[in-house]
Design a protein around this ligand. Structure first.
Ligand code: PMP
Ligand code: GLN
Length: 389
């Protein structure tokens, strides 16, 4: 589409990198470690409930905030794993994936000219949601290779126009898990400046080092935090697009006002299945985490042996590499977009160029992201291709 046809707020947002790289994988027959989706579906017991509900109902619109039993299950899950107590009737909202929860929060809470502090690299929908809301992003760089929070830069990003802080931990694409000290700094600033925090916690169950600490648990944060989860991530059903958020009643109400005009509701027959997923025993969640940890180790040691410089991955299902030495040794461009476009032809593997997640482009120009939520044989195939390239 011609750029001029688009609302100026959408200028610069073409096709998402995930769709683009998956199309490239399909076209070239390359192993797709680009777009983050598992190649094995989630628990059969959960899928069976969904199948039953499609056949027997409920198949009509669920209530606007989501089916009561799913809202209860979200609250139980938050209490069990996060030690946070939410009223399912007034403080839980079911959404069309985490993506809608993020967009609806932006539309509900931001006015034209408001500023949103984000930590770059940012997940791709963040910048677009902020732009569509007419707000302005104020990025704070998490610099590779450590991705630590630069406290001074964070404080400098807050102005009298700041409305929100958009936090993602565990963090896509870096695999960083924010530490308790970093979260304490963010929470203190939110309280001091009276800001709302949107906490995208879709990878909450995929933590390998350290622990996932919800920022809603810090002093003064419960009633100013919107915490977001996703069945796509927690149960490996990314195509279902069922997400949820928890927030104090007034905040939830504001987001629900925007949400009702985006999708109103979604996924009626899948909602009972997600409720059952949230009530699975602890062993399901630790099992998924341990499986992914083994996959992280498998890919990381394979890429290390193939000559890549891999960065630390504490959580999520993404591993970042510094491409420069490998690219030079193999006669490929050392800039991430050009590298990732050439890699499928050269080595038969698709990765995502991390540069697209950065506003400070040069900070991500040497980085690429590989997804390891794949079957072992697929990971081994990708490693073998890269090793013999
Ligand atoms: N936030 C982050 C950090 C993600 O990686 C993703 C991608 N799955 C989403 C949100 C979107 O989740 P959903 O598919 O539930 O919309
Ligand atoms: N969250 C996934 C990723 O980061 C992809 C989601 C999507 O394709 N929109 O790769």
């Amino acid at each position: 589409m011609v750029e001029a046809l688009r609302n100026p707020r959408l200028h610069g947002f073409g096709t998402t990198i995930f769709a683009e790289m998956s199309a490239l994988a399909a076209k070239t027959g390359a192993v797709n470690l680009g777009q983050g989706f598992p190649d094995t579906d989630g628990p059969a017991s959960v899928a069976e409930i969904a199948a039953h509900c499609v056949l027997e109902g409920p198949n009509q619109y669920p209530p606007l905030p989501g089916q009561p039993d799913l809202r209860a299950a979200v609250a139980e899950h938050q209490l069990r794993f996060r030690n946070l107590s939410w009223n399912p009737d007034t403080e839980v909202l079911i959404t069309a994936g985490a993506t809608e929860a993020i967009a609806a929060s932006m539309f509900a809470l931001c006015d034209h000219g408001d500023e949103v502090v984000v930590f770059e690299p940012t997940y791709d929908s963040y910048m677009a949601s902020i732009a569509m809301a007419g707000a302005t992003a104020k990025p704070v760089l998490l610099a590779a290779p450590d991705h630590g929070l630069d406290v001074e830069a964070f404080h400098a990003a807050i102005t009298d126009k700041t409305r929100l802080i958009l936090l993602n931990t565990p963090h896509n694409p870096t695999g960083k898990v924010f530490t308790s000290d970093e979260l304490a700094v963010i929470a203190a600033a939110a309280v001091e400046h009276d800001l709302i925090v949107i906490a995208d916690e879709v990878y909450e169950h995929m933590v390998f080092e350290g622990e996932h600490i919800p920022i809603a648990r810090y002093d003064g944060m419960r009633d100013r935090t919107i915490s977001i989860g996703s069945a796509g991530k927690s149960f490996s059903f990314t195509g279902w697009k069922v997400g949820w958020l928890t927030a104090a009643p007034e905040l939830r109400g504001a987001v629900m006002t925007a949400k009702q005009f985006l999708t109103f509701v979604n996924a009626g027959p899948l909602q009972p299945a997600v409720a059952a997923g949230l009530r699975l025993p602890d062993s399901y969640f630790t099992g998924m985490r341990n499986d992914l940890l083994a996959k992280r180790n498998r890919l990381q040691s394979g890429l290390d042996a193939a000559g890549f410089d891999t960065l630390t991955c504490e959580g999520t299902y993404f591993l970042t590499v510094d491409i420069r030495s490998w690219a030079e040794a193999h006669g490929l461009p050392t800039t991430s977009i050009e590298f990732c476009l050439a890699l499928p032809e050269r080595a038969g593997v698709v990765a995502v160029p991390s540069e697209v997640f950065y506003q400070t482009k040069e900070a991500g120009r040497h980085l690429a992201r590989f997804a390891f939520c794949k079957q072992d044989a697929v990971l081994d195939d990708a490693i073998a291709r890269l090793s013999s390239a």
